[in-house]
Design a protein around this ligand. Structure first.
Ligand code: GAP
Length: 509
């Protein structure tokens, strides 16, 4: 498809039309950057979450689960550094009155230069054909080298300014690069200021002496403060991990791009506790393992890339993102961070209690180091949705299909009686009852069979099972495959196995 923005608009409209995602409080004109998941969306979201959980917890004997609270003791956030350092640099355009993240303005500028590199590569592929060597080209072509060094020097200046908290330098950089406000087109910028992203609330009435609480901005801290509880009760030995999924909240300055950047979202995080000095080995292990997880879903590997952080968070000694090529470009999907012993050490200090592990192998107590993998469930949802949205021409007609991996598809099979009479609905309901305990199925008898197929394609249902008059005679049905559109006659007593195999977790290992 031609225009990426156009495609993205279509994906967003499709998500609403087919009950995947609604704007929150739409009845009251909506709440910015907050979304609700509809009938198909909640199924897809559950399936992604389950796939992640199974891959982490079932498939790793040294990883266990946790479900900690959103509310935590307020000192947690002082200890974690979020009260003092969980800020975004913001800047306003005085003409449009629009607010931006200074880092995003700079990153978008750099992304445009990177786009020019991609264009040069495409031109060269056309020019050189089969003999083209991409690595050699990007390592030697003077124009590409010029673009690369420009990107590097911009990011370096930005990182240095942020590390030294020199917000004036960030503004100077924005001015020097000639970055304009996308709305007003002017360079009339305010100074850059820091803005804390945590939402505050209160527990208890004021008369009781209410205490200020924060809505957690990451699920990870619930894992850290439960480190000893889990380690002792589950009798875990280092190295081991704790996995958790749950809501997180951030008062994002610029929340845009649909569910990419939300103010209320869900994370799937795993903290892996290791012996000090072993963290780099495990960091590499989890980078590799998480990339494999993404590729296991059959998404083109060209759509993923690693991006090392130049600007490390206050807790990390190494960090990278797995970026996905969303319709609006390569953006962070998942973070892999080597968080050192920062968090546990800080909780030990602020709580006054020992948070240490006795390692029987080396007869020593220490505060473990941590490697974390952290992925936004909503971003993963957007990855699946935008990657699976396809418009095709079939026999001169348009077909819109969501080629969602069968394991994740909201509905696994649709059971469709060809007509509403002659006992076909009754037969179809018998089939439904064979399948529905284990697989979410839909029964549909309205409209022509072609229309019903198209509706199921549009929500990504892997199988349509059609019950016709022959079914009453020989107990067979037609099974139509979403992706190939091939139709096969199948005995009813084989259906359960057929659907099981299609959606089997083992297919994705
Ligand atoms: N515990 C580490 C942590 O929270 P992060 O890079 O700030 O690290 C991890 O967030 C992941 O959470 C991101 O890679 C992204 O997928 C997701 N995420 C972060 N902010 C988000 C937002 N405002 N909306 C949706 N997802 C978000």
């Amino acid at each position: 498809m031609a225009n990426y923005e156009e495609v993205f608009k279509k994906v967003v409209a499709h998500a609403k039309e087919y009950g995947f995602i609604f704007q929150s409080s739409e009845l009251y004109d909506g709440l910015a950057a907050v979304y609700d998941y509809g009938p198909n969306g909640s199924e897809l979201k559950n399936n992604i979450r389950n796939y992640w959980w199974k891959s982490m917890v079932n498939m790793n004997e040294n990883i266990v689960g946790l479900d900690s609270s959103i509310f935590m003791h307020p000192t947690t956030w002082k200890a974690s550094g979020h009260v003092d350092a969980f800020n975004d640099p913001l800047i306003d355009n005085k003409d449009s009155k629009k607010r931006y993240r200074a880092d995003v303005l700079i990153e978008d500028y750099v992304a445009k230069i990177e786009g020019k590199i991609e264009k040069e590569v495409k031109k060269a592929i056309k020019r050189f054909g089969d003999s083209f060597d991409k690595e050699q080209f990007v390592g030697t072509n003077p124009r590409v080298l010029g673009y690369k060094s420009k990107c590097m020097s911009i990011m370096q200046r930005f990182s240095e300014a942020m590390a030294a908290n020199k917000l004036d330098d960030v503004k100077t950089l924005i001015k020097e690069l000639g970055i304009v406000c996308p709305v007003s087109g002017t360079k009339n910028w305010t100074d850059v200021r820091q803005f804390n992203l945590m939402f505050k609330t209160q527990m208890g009435s004021t008369a009781d002496g209410a205490s200020d609480l924060y809505l957690r901005p990451e699920t990870a801290q619930g894992i850290f403060v439960n480190f000893l509880n889990v380690q002792k009760t589950a009798r875990m030995k280092i190295p081991f991990g704790i996995a958790q999924t749950g809501k997180a909240f951030r008062n994002e300055i610029v929340a845009r791009q649909f569910i990419f950047r939300m103010r209320e979202f869900e994370q799937m995080e795993m903290q892996f506790f290791v012996r000090p000095g072993k963290e780099m080995k495990w960091y590499e292990h989890w980078k590799d393992s998480r990339m494999k997880w993404h590729l296991s879903l059959g998404i083109d590997k060209e759509l993923f890339r690693f991006h090392d952080h130049d600007n490390l968070a206050h807790y990390a000694n190494a960090a990278c993102d797995i970026e996905f090529k969303f319709p609006f470009g390569f953006k962070e999907l998942e973070g892999i961070h080597s968080r050192t012993d920062f968090d546990l050490k800080s909780h030990q200090k602020h709580s006054g209690r020992k948070v240490q592990y006795f390692d029987p192998e080396i007869n020593e107590s220490y505060i473990p180091y941590v490697v974390e993998t952290s992925i936004g469930l909503d971003r993963m949802f957007l990855t699946i949705l935008s990657n699976s949205y396809k418009e095709e021409k079939v026999n001169g007609e348009n077909r819109l299909v969501l080629s969602i991996p069968a394991l994740l598809a909201p509905v696994k099979a649709a059971v469709l009686p060809l007509t509403k009479k002659d006992g076909l609905p009754e037969k179809a309901r018998e089939i439904l009852s064979l399948l529905q305990c284990d697989f979410l199925c839909q029964y549909e008898e309205k409209d022509s069979i072609g229309k019903r197929y198209r509706r199921q394609d549009a929500i990504g249902t892997p199988y349509c099972i059609t019950v016709d008059h022959q079914s009453l005679e020989d107990n067979t049905v037609t099974v139509r495959d979403r992706d190939t559109m091939a139709q096969e006659r199948v005995a009813i007593d084989r259906l359960y196995t057929l659907v099981s195999k299609k959606v089997d977790f083992r297919n994705y290992l």
